[in-house]
Design a protein around this ligand. Structure first.
Ligand code: GLU
Length: 509
């Protein structure tokens, strides 16, 4: 394939970007990078009624956070600027008027009431689809039915009108979707769609097709919900005289509810207690805050890895992929047709994998902050050691401090079952001997040295170390399980270790 691959992500700023939108952007990005092509960001804001302040910035920030880099487009500039459709209205108007001149579209003056009346009439007559089309258009008020002077007079008088596509009556419209194969639709199923609204702004369909053409888009990769619009777009390319350079289409599978039936919604996410937006979003009208993956503690690499697998699979066993590895492995042909079940447990699993790989120093500030919030002094050095001790056990950085309870709190109670099973005479003797050894010891209080001190003390006391280790852990932490005990002692320090051994001897005897 030539190097001129150009794809676009074309969100509408109608609210926070849904996670499905992030996946669409990701697949576009992977494909563009894989093919050595370009990725554009176009803001489709022609529906003024649905405009939400802040949504555009949110989209741009989300893409940045997950690491999807735009080559041209809103916030970046480029040869096809402006990239916000509301700033391109003359471009669409020109094409819409050209279609009218060429007899492929027409002016329609019907009022909302007249359109309602038409629908009611058709429904009463049991017509299969109550719509403005090749048959019904002839009973309506438009430039196909009204005399030319009348049309002219109405327009000059400033009467409201729209431009509608003159959809052919009997024709098959076909397109070869890269994921779904051939899709065929009969033109009678496509109505005379409005292309230009009475406010002079285009509808999504016209603006989308005109821009994809002018911006030399080669591949339209978007969600399955747009598949029903694709035949209309094919028709538009043909009418506009651009069929030869029409982009190829690839419609991505839906994201399904966790149970697998139906489309994933915000409500499912609320019920399941997980986010569906990349970043936290405060609704500018209601002030309601919706949670975000970022604020919930997901790492962007983990979210990307998770999303990549929602509808695509490399065909190997490998699951962990960096962005560069995804780019190398990705292919449109391997995108699935069927919907992808949104399993938040899998997202957590990915996060766990990436948390483990994070540098200890990167996670330490979170632990330090959480410790301080809980009222403990915690140096960054101590926090770093805690991270090293515990990061294998958690899925989120915020889980490290709670896991570190035994480090910050001197045990008040001891696990009864473990005490009953393990707190025998050998155990008592072992704890006492270890305490004595630590009191006498002057070496650096680091894990390696502590380990040596313990094993020497046990040797001298003639106690088999393997038999008393769980009791030792119980004495030091109150629990029978936990992370590496030598490192735990290093972090809590010699004085506190001695306090705990002493206390265990008193409490457990
Ligand atoms: N503006 C449309 C959306 O919000 C874009 C659909 C397309 O990519 O063609 O999803």
């Amino acid at each position: 394939m030539p190097n001129s691959v150009r794809v676009r992500f074309a969100p509408s700023p109608t609210g926070p970007l849904h996670i499905g939108g992030v996946r669409t952007a990701l697949y576009n990005y992977l494909f563009a990078r894989k093919m050595g092509g370009k990725m554009l960001l176009r803001i489709e804001d022609t529906d003024q009624n649905r405009f939400v302040p802040g949504a555009e910035d949110y989209i741009i920030e989300s893409l940045k956070w997950v690491g999807i880099q735009i080559d041209e487009g809103q916030s970046m500039g480029g040869p096809d600027a402006p990239y916000r459709q509301s700033e391109r209205r003359e471009i669409y108007q020109k094409e819409a008027f050209r279609l009218v001149e060429e007899g492929k579209a027409y002016y329609a003056f019907d009022t909302a009431d007249e359109l309602d009346a038409m629908r009611a009439r058709l429904e009463a007559a049991n017509a299969p689809a109550a719509q403005y089309n090749a048959i019904t258009r002839m009973q309506m008020k438009n430039s196909l039915t009204l005399p030319a002077e009348d049309v002219k007079a109405r327009m000059e008088a400033g009467e409201a009108y729209v431009i509608r596509l003159k959809t052919p009556r009997k024709e098959e419209v076909r397109l070869n979707d890269l994921i779904r194969g051939w899709v065929t639709v009969h033109s009678s199923a496509i109505d005379d769609r409005v292309l230009l609204k009475s406010d002079g702004l285009p509808t999504y369909h016209l603006a989308n097709v005109v821009d994809d053409h002018l911006m030399k888009i080669t591949h339209v990769i978007r969600g399955e919900e747009w598949l029903p619009s694709a035949p209309l777009h094919v028709l538009l390319y043909r009418y506009l005289g651009w069929a030869d350079t029409m982009p190829q289409f690839a419609h991505l599978p839906l994201l399904l509810k966790p149970e697998g039936n139906g489309k994933l919604s915000k409500r499912d996410a609320d019920l399941g207690g997980f986010p569906v937006f990349p970043l936290e979003w405060t609704d500018p009208f209601s002030g309601i805050v919706a949670r975000g993956f970022r604020e919930d503690g997901y790492l962007p690499q983990a979210l990307i890895n998770f999303l990549a697998f929602l509808g695509w699979n490399p065909g190997t066993e490998q699951e962990l992929f960096s962005m560069d590895e995804l780019i190398a492995a990705f292919s449109i042909e391997q995108v699935h047709k069927g919907g992808a079940r949104f399993d938040i447990e899998k997202a957590k699993w990915f996060n766990h994998q990436y948390i483990r790989q994070q540098a200890n120093a990167d996670l330490a500030p979170t632990v330090q902050r959480d410790a301080e919030v809980a009222g403990f002094d915690c140096s960054i050095d101590k926090a770093t050691k805690i991270v090293a001790l515990l990061k294998e056990r958690v899925s989120f950085a915020s889980e490290i401090f709670p896991e570190a309870r035994t480090i910050f709190y001197t045990p008040e109670t001891y696990d009864e079952a473990i005490a009953t099973a393990r707190w025998n005479d050998d155990a008592k003797a072992a704890v006492a001997a270890f305490r004595d050894a630590l009191q006498a010891d002057e070496g650096d209080f680091v894990a390696e040295h502590i380990k040596r001190t313990l094993s020497e003390a046990m040797q001298q006391a003639g106690i088999k170390q393997g038999k008393i280790m769980q009791a030792m852990r119980l004495a030091l932490t109150g629990s029978g399980i936990g992370p590496d005990l030598m490192l735990t002692m290093e972090i809590i320090g010699r004085p506190e270790t001695l306090v705990r051994l002493e206390r265990a001897l008193e409490r457990l005897n």
